[in-house]
Design a protein around this ligand. Sequence first.
Ligand code: NAP
Length: 283
Amino acid sequence: MIISGKELSARMKADMAAQVAEFPVKYGRVPHLVVILVGDDPASQSYVRGKGKACEVVGIRNTTIVKPATITEQELLDIIEGLNNDDGVDGILVQLPLPDHIDEATIINAIRKDKDVDGFHPLNVAALWMKQPCTVACTPKGIIRMLDEAGVEIKGKRAVVIGRSQIVGLPVAKLLLDRNATVTICHSRTKDLGAVTREAEILVVAIGRPKFVTADMVSPGTVVIDVGVNRDPETGKLVGDVDFEAIEPKASVITPVPGGVGPMTIACLMENTIECFLRKKQG
Ligand code: NAP
């Protein structure tokens, strides 16, 4: 079974559009997401365009602020401060990565927790680990939604996550743990990775290396979630971290790249923006 993130995210966005259509009458306006793009990296430009398109579909107001790569850290902080204090702004997202002279942690910390639609602010991260109300990072949230949609029982399962980044590996491991999976987190120093992944009933792969996970690393019937977004060095096509063609016949459930986790991340960003708006409007 191949889980289409494209289809599920389209359904989520249609439901959100119906919800947002009632906001002008209920709350006097629609949610407003501000995206800041620094520099002219084509991948970042494409991600920002995708976010703008999703806002259009859902009916969320979107402002994109584009700044040259030469902007100073202080100038960027000043923009964020203005947006933090603007009551008409519900969500602030700074597209990563940033140029080397700007410290990403400083920028993420500057966004107010209640406007941090990415869920990257340390207070949101801490709240997630303490099981308190928070904004959950979009990609991990989208992964759990896909598992639920596919009818995968998480409770009691052996889950293996490859990758321990703050934005994917660690939060997805925590969400799986909260759903009562038994979770193993692997990384670049893990010895005999295949021996660990073959034990997995749910395998989440977030490394960033094309077709790194091969068929011999996956046991029959495994649920495989491929988070990776890479260019195939031979064909130049977009591929995941998993050798999809070889693993798809063995997996009980698998996500494709493209069209899997990626669209779900954007749908969950829309959801997070609405949640930030409602938290403010409903107190
Ligand atoms: P990251 O910060 O670079 O983290 C990569 C992780 O992979 C690290 O924890 C690293 O281990 C581990 N790793 C690297 N080589 C390994 C190896 N040989 N064996 C086992 N583990 C290894 O990357 P990220 O931000 O989490 O992103 C991962 C991938 O997901 C990328 O392709 C990215 O583009 C993609 N992504 C997709 C979405 C989406 O919406 N679809 C969202 C975010 C990211 P160490 O900690 O030991 O270095």
